[in-house]
Design a protein around this ligand. Structure first.
Ligand SMILES: [Zn+2]
Length: 361
């Protein structure tokens, strides 16, 4: 699936089905949570997200219809695709298929579901666990509580790597071997984008046209998103935030470039994204602006590299990580804006387990 497909309106209905296939856990259980939320909570949640005009009760019947339709689609999606394409056919290599790729770290475009009221904050979505399971749907995952990172591996068979994997991300990067690493060749160009708050992070989906060459392979940039604080550590140090730029090669292998964000002056690209934050969760909002991601990269292109995984379920391994060594400045106000949406959306560091880490000289 290319992000370009998420733009034409005509593809919305097929995109809904594909998206339902693409992000089983996050989407389905979140829906259960939304449906179960009493109006008072919904209103509170809407307020927390700055939408003071939300009137959940007035919208209740439209919302019920939308959600009933959504559940129907999801059941259909489950029947059609949930068992397909087992993971790990090829050990150590990620082949991204629509089914297994989570909306967050994956290269799949954000789900383009029918508009729904922003009822229910996704951070609280750990609740409907039992209902989700009874339905045969995935349990929702979160960054804390009973569906927090320690529980991810047991939430769903597809998430097993989150618990048993030995090449997981993020890690505390230390003891790297300093060598003459080939620079990552960035070929980023100004282009269109859309922003979605997917319930786990703010994600920016990009029109095609940005790519990198790493280790002789070309990867296209599909999306980027944010974590607070940084998931990766450098010699134990945590940074205020991190951007993950998710790239995919023609065979579906993933390469993620991490740019650490450190408190300082304002970051223009981050500001453009914040300026285009959608009013509602799960609704992709095309921006009337362009992004030139060259302005998000640090001047010093030295980096650390190691093999790891997605940092969100299904925690699929075989992901090439390149963590830029020099952080980029972001202002306290910009950090504060993100933290109002996601005060903490970082997976704890995982065991390096003897993995090779290389770093630029
Ligand atoms: Zn990430």
């Amino acid at each position: 699936m290319s992000p370009a497909q998420s733009f034409p309106r005509a593809l919305v209905s097929s995109a809904v089905l594909l998206a339902a296939l693409a992000c089983p856990a996050a989407a389905w259980a979140a829906d259960a949570g939304h449906a179960a939320k009493p109006a008072a909570k919904a209103e509170k949640a809407a307020k927390e997200h700055g939408d003071k005009s939300a009137k959940p009760t007035a919208k209740a019947s439209a919302k019920d219809d939308t959600e009933a339709l959504q559940r129907l689609r999801e059941r259909l999606a489950a029947k059609l695709g949930a068992e397909k394409a087992p993971e790990g056919r090829n050990t150590g290599v990620v082949r991204v298929v629509a089914r297994s790729a989570d909306e967050h770290e994956s290269a799949a475009p954000a789900r383009k579901a029918a508009p729904r009221p922003a009822a229910g904050a996704a951070h609280a979505a750990a609740k409907p666990a039992a209902g989700g399971a009874a339905d045969g749907h995935a349990l929702h995952w979160s960054y804390s509580g009973e569906a927090g990172p320690k529980a991810w591996g047991g939430l769903k068979p597809d998430f097993i790597k989150c618990g048993t994997g030995t090449r997981q991300s993020p890690i505390d990067i230390r003891g790297g071997i300093a060598v003459d690493l080939e620079p990552v060749q960035f070929d980023y160009r100004a282009g269109g984008f859309s922003v979605v708050d997917n319930g786990h992070t703010v994600q920016v989906n990009l029109e095609p046209g940005n790519s990198i060459v790493a280790r002789g392979e070309r990867y296209d940039l599909v999306q980027f998103h944010f974590h607070r604080p940084s998931e990766e550590r450098i010699d134990g140090r945590v940074f205020d935030m991190v951007v993950h730029l998710v790239h995919k090669d023609p065979e579906g292998r993933l390469a993620v470039v991490a740019v650490l964000l450190d408190r300082g002056s304002a970051q223009p690209i981050v500001q453009t994204v914040w300026n285009n934050l959608p009013l509602e969760k799960h609704q992709e909002s095309p921006a009337r602006a362009v992004l030139d991601l060259n302005h998000l990269l640090p001047a010093d292109r030295g980096y650390y590299t190691y093999m790891g995984s997605l940092t969100t379920p299904p925690c699929t391994e075989g992901v090439l990580w390149m963590v830029m060594r020099q952080p980029v400045a972001v202002s306290p106000e910009q950090i504060e804006i993100f933290s109002r949406l996601y005060p903490m959306n970082a997976r704890p560091v995982q065991q390096a387990a003897g993995r090779m880490i290389k770093q630029s000289n």
